[in-house]
Design a protein. Sequence first.
Length: 114
Amino acid sequence: MSRKNHQWINGRLLQTDKRFSQLKGTQKEKISGWLYTEYKRIYDQVGKPPDARHNDKILDSAFTKIDAAEIWIPHGEVRQYFYSRKNSFRKRYEKEKRRGDAQEESSSAKENIN
């Protein structure tokens, strides 16, 4: 690996080999939130967990938001992060969905009593 890993891009000095772990906490949270939101949207649209065919749609949407927020991170790092968190996103979504269904059942049961 070359020792020159910084470049001037759009008037800013950027590290070209930045890792996801080197981002600020708020930047990591934003990116994770964008990935999860898009994962959830695709899950609702398809009706089942998004498979490999939908990965590019999820990542493209997140990359658009990352670029708009002017967060500089190599796309490969975000892709790697998404693949490592994909199972966690599925579990989180299914847990939220079960909790929402349980609340709907309890509220409909209360309405039937009244």
